[in-house]
Design a protein around this ligand. Structure first.
Ligand SMILES: [Zn+2]
Length: 195
């Protein structure tokens, strides 16, 4: 009888230990998942240390900032980039050396170019330039380009109401789902305040 009891107690203790290890394991998994998430966020925020040159020649003003568009409550839209306006016919310039991943027409964006870059930490990110003038694109897919290289001429192609450059910084190629605000990479804090 005592033997049977101690066997049952033994089994119960065994089950308890098993449960405890399971919970501990689950905790570790959860923790590592969280730290991965943090890492991804960090990469996004430190995507590039330093500033980019303004990607438009004869820059005049920012005509639309990154984020939720103001004064439009019926159709809430999120602006995935920043709109930069240069004088008419201004050249659109690459902000950093890299490789062209797209050059051509895209619905809404008109004539556009996407470039793949690698930062000092080896992280990959993409810059994207849209609404350029018809027949003005100067680069082709897979072309290696240098900083300041002419990509095309500022235009109003695609879904655009006036001549400007729509500029995005993307974490993934071919999609605007994961873009970050380009302003801190283009302007100083003081410049952003006075905008
Ligand atoms: Zn835009």
């Amino acid at each position: 009888m005592i033997k049977k009891m101690s066997l049952i107690i033994g089994i119960i203790i065994f089950i308890l230990i098993l449960c405890a290890t399971q919970i501990l394991n689950a905790g570790t998994i959860l923790e590592s998942k969280n730290s991965n998430k943090n890492e991804i966020i960090e990469i996004g925020e430190t995507i590039y240390k330093g500033k980019f040159p303004i990607p438009i020649e004869n820059f005049i003003a920012v005509t639309s900032k990154f984020g939720i568009r103001e004064g439009n409550e019926i159709v809430s839209s999120f602006h995935r980039g920043v709109d930069l306006c240069g004088s008419s016919g201004s050249k659109v310039l690459a902000v950093k050396e890299g490789k062209v991943t797209y050059s051509g027409w895209q619905n809404g964006y008109g004539n556009c170019v996407e470039i793949k870059h690698t930062d000092e930490q080896g992280n990959t990110f993409y810059t994207f330039y849209a609404h350029m003038r018809d027949n003005s694109l100067q680069v082709i897919k897979d072309q290696q380009i240098v900083v300041g290289q002419i990509l095309g001429i500022q235009g109003s192609t695609g879904n655009s109401t006036g001549e400007h450059l729509h500029f995005e910084i993307r974490k993934k190629s071919g999609t605007n789902e994961d873009t970050i605000d380009p302003a801190p990479y283009l302007f100083t804090e003081k410049e952003m305040e006075t905008e």
